[in-house]
Design a protein around this ligand. Structure first.
Ligand code: SF4
Length: 85
């Protein structure tokens, strides 16, 4: 990942947090809630979320979103439905 793409990470609230909260080996609702709480107070949340969606980050919590939430955001329900003719 190029540095100019992720320079905003230096301002991330997660820098001083346990990486396991954001990239857990065994995800749990409590871990997810704690990570999202940290993201909610992060001053680079928008940059982080936008980067993760653009880059298609498949793992971890980025910008307050889980991998499943990012997938739903990128591919909303019905995105494969052909347009009516
Ligand atoms: S939004 Fe969350 S994952 Fe992104 S830099 Fe901030 S604290 Fe870290």
């Amino acid at each position: 990942m190029p540095l100019e793409e992720t320079g905003w990470l230096r301002g991330g609230a997660c820098r001083s947090s346990d990486p396991e909260l954001f990239f857990p080996l065994a995800p749990s609702p409590a871990q997810e809630a704690r990570a999202k709480e940290i993201c909610a107070g992060c001053r680079v949340l928008q940059e982080c979320r936008s980067y993760a969606l653009r880059a298609g980050e498949a793992e971890g919590i980025w910008g307050g979103l889980t991998p499943q939430e990012r997938r739903r955001s990128r591919f909303p329900a019905g995105w494969r439905t052909p347009a009516a003719s």
